[in-house]
Design a binder for this molecule. Structure first.
Ligand code: SF4
Length: 248
């Protein structure tokens, strides 16, 4: 029986990977809005969420999703270590765009008190801290869904240069409608749709995470180089590469 279960699991993985490859090929040349429409209204109906950091570029996908399905679950991983400007920006965007299903996910209280009683885990073991405050809450919530949308882009860092439009991680599909977008595309979308910028962008933060682990970057530097700037860490764990091993 165990062997049969393993075979079925492998088949599910193979089927998921093939489906992701086929969708990536079919959607590569669609616009981001078209990709979202396909994903939300045809391919993963009622089975998909959007994960948003409410960071520098987040308003683009949030604006598109609001046009298609304002009640789509929008997941915000509330680590208790966000800049207050991010929390304000989150609330401002949700109200302005008419999003009606914001889901704030936090670490399990018992796990947090056991593993991070001194609130220093971000410094002593940032991988465990991200796992506690981001990966596990997201995984628990996503037990009820088959796919999620992320705002990652190929230009953002060396770890994302081969990012496909659709990935499959063995359990969930990830849809990346902005994979091919450049920084100029993002700027143009903000201007064309009169979207408010995250208030920290003008202070030198092109990529914004927890205040404990994010620094401003100089002009011309990798946009994500201010994240975990004093360590080898480059991803929080919810986006560890599954598409070729360019990075971690
Ligand atoms: S980014 Fe830093 S503070 Fe935030 S969850 Fe990860 S390690 Fe913890």
């Amino acid at each position: 029986m165990t062997i049969l279960i393993d075979i079925l699991k492998d088949q599910k993985k193979t089927h998921g990977s093939l489906r992701a490859e086929a969708l990536s090929a079919a959607w590569e040349h669609l616009t981001a809005l078209e990709i979202l429409q396909k994903a939300i209204q045809e391919e993963f109906v009622g089975d998909i969420t959007l994960s948003s950091s409410f960071g520098a570029d987040s308003a683009v996908l949030l604006h598109m999703v609001a046009q298609i399905e304002p009640n789509l679950p929008v997941i915000f991983l509330d680590t208790d270590r966000h800049f207050f400007q991010t929390l304000q920006y989150r609330d401002e965007l949700v109200a302005k765009l008419g999003l009606t299903n914001l889901v704030n996910l936090k670490a399990d209280a018992d796990e947090a008190s056991t593993e991070d009683s001194k609130n220093t885990l971000w410094r002593t073991n940032p991988d465990q801290c991200c796992d506690l405050r981001k990966v596990r809450p997201l995984n628990r919530y996503m037990e009820g869904y088959g796919a999620w949308i992320s705002g990652r882009k190929r230009h953002q860092s060396a770890t994302r240069t081969r990012l496909p439009i659709v990935e499959f991680d063995g359990k969930h599909f990830k849809v990346n409608p902005l994979a091919t977008w450049t920084a100029e595309d993002i700027d143009a979308y903000f201007k064309n749709h009169d979207l408010p910028p995250h208030p920290l962008v003008e202070q030198g933060f092109p990529s914004i995470g927890c205040f404990t682990c994010t620094k401003p970057v100089a002009a011309g530097e990798d946009a994500r180089s201010g994240r975990w700037a004093d360590s080898e860490k480059v991803e929080c764990g919810i986006h560890n590469p599954i598409y070729g091993g360019d990075g971690i």
